[in-house]
Design a protein around this ligand. Structure first.
Ligand code: ASP
Length: 292
């Protein structure tokens, strides 16, 4: 493929990150963005890049997704993941799964299937039927889970101008068994449409879903730059006294992010800066991106 513009942004959750854990969050996000950037540069689709980047984050115990998932009230892990293809509006999502090493792989396998969301044992049977690696026993919680909002996500824009968004989470620590938040719900924890762009969110899942937060950012992006559209999270989160963070890429491939949590671990790369840049604070981000 010709050398056309591409871009990618990943997040490792909107939360307070203690100073001693900051570098692990930065490094994990950078590795994931680098992995996605490498395949985008080589001409892969946005869906493939987002899936690969989220797999890297799920495999990193720093984050509350996949390997690093936090326990619920019963001491068990239940994971949710979703991916959306902005070219076809295809959605694949799984929720409350306990045996799948990389829930985003199961979600990606669903892009080719009719349902958009499968939960629990049904999702796991589907994953096994598609050859997605599953454990025999439920996966154990991370030995020292962070307990914060370390949900992970990615938005990617490929050389053909297609957008994809992906989100994966171990949910919130100590919640009722069976609880599902925003992460696998389109328009809440993620969305992608080539005509507009894509978003992936982290934060208080119930508030994000009540506010349809992903859809609000998408709507704001219809009017302009991802870098300003992301501010659509601020008023609803203030109203609900809740925390959230969002990453976005618009239909022109421009990146944006915003959060009202103390920190938001993010990394991004594009054709002009193939080495992913990793940041934790919005102030750092704005300096890097030359916003305002
Ligand atoms: N949004 C996720 C959830 O509520 C949690 C997070 O962002 O860490 O399940």
């Amino acid at each position: 493929m010709a050398d056309r513009p591409w871009s990618i942004v990943v997040h490792g959750g909107a939360r307070s990150i203690p100073p001693e854990k900051a570098e692990a969050h930065r490094a994990g996000c950078r590795r994931a963005a680098d992995a996605g950037a490498a395949v985008l540069q080589a001409g892969a689709t946005a869906v493939v890049a987002a899936r690969i980047a989220v797999c890297v984050l799920e495999d990193d115990p720093t984050f509350n997704a996949g390997r690093g998932s936090v326990p619920n009230l019963a001491g068990e892990i239940e994971m949710d993941a979703a991916i959306m293809d902005g070219a076809s509006l295809g959605v694949g999502a799984v929720a409350a799964v306990r045996h799948i090493y990389n829930p985003i792989e199961a979600a990606a396998a669903m892009l080719a299937a009719e349902p958009i969301l499968l939960v629990g044992p049904g999702a796991e049977d589907f994953a096994r039927s598609r050859g997605v690696p599953c454990a025999g026993l439920p996966l154990a919680p991370a030995p020292s889970p962070g307990g914060g909002h370390d949900t992970v996500g990615c938005v990617a824009f490929d050389q053909a101008g297609h957008v994809a968004a992906a989100t994966s989470t171990g949910g919130l620590a100590g919640t009722l068994p069976g609880r599902v938040g925003d992460a696998p719900l389109p328009g809440c924890g993620f969305y992608a449409d080539d005509a507009v762009g894509g978003v992936s969110l982290s934060g208080d899942g119930e508030a994000i879903a009540r506010a349809l937060l992903g859809a609000r950012v998408m709507r704001a992006m219809e009017e302009g730059h991802a870098g300003t559209a992301v501010n659509a999270i601020r008023a609803p989160m203030q109203r609900l006294a809740a925390e959230a963070g969002v990453i976005a890429i618009d239909a022109a491939g421009r990146i944006g992010m915003a959060h009202n949590s103390d920190h938001f671990a993010v990394a991004f790369a594009d054709r002009n800066r193939a080495a992913a840049i990793a940041v934790l604070h919005e102030t750092e981000w704005r300096k890097e991106m030359n916003h305002d």
